[in-house]
Design a protein around this ligand. Structure first.
Ligand code: GZL
Length: 350
């Protein structure tokens, strides 16, 4: 349609020019000529813009949702990396934690013939068909954050994210050391776990990592998903507090569920944190977790770095240059106990 408009205007412009050459153009022809000139001038910048936009690498990003502080930081990392100034056109989709929405987004990216598809898969299974469609369309798929469980790993180019099993193991190692320091190494320790979205890599890995590192005198009283959200985490913790009156430790598989659990514990007239009745172990280490540790509510947060934007851009640049990338790339992560929170919070990027 745009191209048709330009050719009509140009022919009118040429006719008007010829008429003008044969004598004074009527005011109407002059107006058309002016409009054509303007249209052509308008088209030229558009044409330049179009040429520039053709040079942009188009990235379709199927994000999980906006369920947690971690996710907000993760989204911001992508949006601040994949900018036009950096040579990208980002098409962003928030799936509101629903796999069917992510699958729809991936199909839309395929139809738009994007250059790359990036997915943070809400759960690990159910992706083979849509990944096959992307493969047939010749569009590389990069996984960020959570993983996909597929029979043919050629369906995606690579994955970058946290080592969730190690995060769970690190949390258990911290608890073992903490209890030894408290002189409670041989005590019976009762634990409840607020799990993330069931089937999400972060939930699968953290549950497995912590569970496989349990000491013989530790008892896992119960586990239930809090969907990685603060409200659901509070709700589940309230039910745990009604069922069990001897909880020693809460393992929350992300900071937002830990915040909800802390609210529930306080509402039940109990205390938590380094000086409280209940030990709070969390994951993500977002800034609000450091604030919670400084406030004396949380004992430790195991970091899961959300700043994947630059890592994925680096992968795309390598692929654009014809290079190859590792299939699995872990981000660096640490364990942050309450004792150091005040010193560290100023250095945190998210
Ligand atoms: C971890 C990520 C998890 C975070 C949660 O890589 O998938 O999802 O731990 C987020 O905060 O909701």
């Amino acid at each position: 349609m745009k191209k048709k408009t330009v050719s009509v205007l140009l022919s009118v412009f040429m006719a008007a020019t010829l008429l003008a050459g044969c004598g004074k153009a009527t005011s109407e022809e002059a107006a058309t000529e002016e409009a054509a000139t303007e249209e052509t001038e308008t088209e030229e910048p558009a044409a330049e813009e179009e040429a520039a936009s053709d040079d942009l690498i188009v990235v379709g990003y199927a994000q999980v949702g906006a369920e947690s502080d971690w996710r907000t930081a993760n989204t911001e990392s992508f949006k601040s990396t994949f900018t036009e100034e950096n040579g990208y056109k980002l098409i962003f989709d928030d799936a509101q934690q629903k796999q069917e929405n992510q699958i729809k987004a991936i199909r839309s990216f395929i139809q738009q013939e994007v250059d790359y598809i990036v997915v943070a898969p809400v759960v690990e299974t159910g992706w083979e068909t849509v990944l096959q469609e992307a493969k047939e369309a010749g569009i590389p798929v990069i996984l960020s954050d959570r993983q996909m469980d597929v029979s043919d790993d050629s369906l995606y180019t690579c994955w970058v994210g946290g080592n969730f099993i190690k995060e769970g193991q690190d949390a258990a190692a911290w608890l073992k050391n903490y209890l030894e320091e408290q002189g409670r190494a041989d005590d019976e320790i009762n634990i409840v776990t607020l799990q993330g979205t069931i089937g999400a890599s972060a939930q699968v890995g953290r549950t497995e990592g912590f569970g496989s590192s349990m000491e013989d005198n530790w008892n896992m009283l119960d586990m239930q998903t809090g969907e990685f959200t603060q409200s659901k985490g509070q709700e589940v913790m309230e039910s745990f507090l009604k069922q069990y009156d001897d909880i020693d430790v809460v393992v929350a598989e992300n900071d937002n569920m830990a915040f909800g659990a802390i609210d529930a514990i306080k509402a039940a007239g109990k205390t938590c944190g380094p000086d409280g009745d209940i030990i709070i172990i969390s994951f993500d280490a977002v800034k609000a977790a450091f604030e919670s540790m400084i406030a004396g509510d949380m004992n430790v947060s195991v970091e899961c770095n959300p700043l994947h934007g630059p890592r994925v851009a680096e992968i795309i640049q390598t692929l654009e240059a014809g290079g190859t990338v590792d299939k699995i790339m872990y981000v660096d992560e640490e364990v942050f106990p309450a004792e150091t929170a005040a010193d560290v919070i100023g250095t945190r990027a998210y």
